[in-house]
Design a protein around this ligand. Structure first.
Ligand code: RUB
Length: 328
């Protein structure tokens, strides 16, 4: 297994980070920065800034400083592999190239971060192009949570075709669907916001033609981790014969997560659901992601086109050996 997929991060001492770096860490943990893509790009940029901020001349000390920063970033949101991949794509190049001095290390990290951010943004455009091509005049779509790539796909379809209609679930408990609804409306899409539990009914009664969601982690067996509620929508879509598409850029795939049972599902505080003091004796459980099995996914739309979820392992082998230039 190449280095890129083995995260041997370790914090060896108490490390003091620049304020801006700690702000990014807190922003991700407290969900001011959210959505897998934005999180990954913010983490990558924060590491590049950390590399630039290192004022010493000791290569090992700089490596330790960056790895401590990476470790802290990784601790913020456990489910999305995109965060880990964003960090690995940013830091691994220097190791692969055998970089051994501070100046080259800095250059490598800053360059890798620019590469990653650029590629991840262009992947959104490519997926929006492929995904919108699956729709036509008068298509009605449904989306869940707030995925920048699903929103871009729907907005692009709206530019290409007449009469596109969208339904956005509100997405309890954080209501990320409010962001989606506003973003779609500001792109001129005819959008309705619905409560999460109305999804199946709306799909059936409003003639939904396709569901588009994003992804936080795509496992080798094609299981997709995304915002909690996604798997129920996939099940309802399958029951109704409605195509269920996952939009997944290259860094949402995880070569070292074989199946859903290896995904760490983030659980957040009770207060996100309700005020626990108003419910004496009641316990709360707040998993914020869930797992949709490959069999309930019509296809995963990547920047290279659509693939069947069952074919993820082969895609990852081809894609990553091309992107990173090594065999797995
Ligand atoms: C967001 C979420 C999104 C994916 C994909 O969860 O589940 O569907 O992250 O987003 P949260 P994108 O709000 O808890 O981060 O397509 O923008 O990468």
């Amino acid at each position: 297994m190449p280095y890129i997929y083995t995260s041997d991060w370790h914090v060896t001492k108490e490390t003091v980070f620049p304020k801006a770096f700690s702000e990014t860490v807190d922003g991700i943990r407290e969900m001011r920065i959210r959505g897998a893509g934005r999180i990954a790009r913010s983490a990558s940029k924060a590491l590049a800034a950390l590399a630039e901020s290192y004022g010493g001349s000791d290569f090992s000390e700089m490596a330790e400083f960056l790895h401590d920063g990476a470790k802290l970033l990784l601790s913020t949101r456990p489910t999305a592999v995109s965060l880990k991949n964003g960090i690995l794509f940013t830091l691994a190049g220097a190791k692969e190239d055998g970089v051994k001095n501070v100046g080259d290390y800095r250059k490598s990290v800053v360059g890798a971060s620019e590469w990653f951010c650029e590629k991840s943004v262009s992947a959104i455009d490519a997926i929006a192009k492929h995904g919108s091509g699956l729709l036509c005049d008068g298509s009605t779509v449904l989306t869940h949570c707030n995925s920048s790539v699903a929103v871009s796909t729907i907005a692009r379809a709206n530019e290409m075709y007449d009469g596109i209609r969208a339904f956005a679930t509100e997405t309890r408990p954080w209501n990320q669907g409010h962001i989606t609804a506003r973003e779609l409306a500001s792109s001129g899409v005819d959008v309705n916001m619905i409560v999460d539990s109305a999804a199946r009914h709306i799909m059936e009664r409003e003639g939904v033609d396709a569901v588009f969601v994003g992804a936080d982690t795509i496992c080798m067996d094609g299981t997709v981790a995304n915002k909690v509620g996604t798997s129920q929508i996939a099940l309802a879509a399958m029951d109704l014969g409605i195509p269920f598409y996952v939009c997944g850029e290259f860094y949402k795939f995880s070569p070292d997560i074989k199946s859903g049972s290896y995904v760490v599902v983030e659980e957040r505080g009770a207060s996100e659901i309700a005020d626990p003091f108003k419910f004496p004796g009641v316990k709360f459980k707040n998993p914020v992601f869930d797992l949709t099995p490959a069999r309930n996914i019509t296809s995963i739309i990547t920047e290279d086109g659509a693939i069947r979820a069952e074919k993820v392992a082969g895609f990852v082998k081809r894609k990553f050996s091309r992107v990173m230039g090594f065999e797995m």
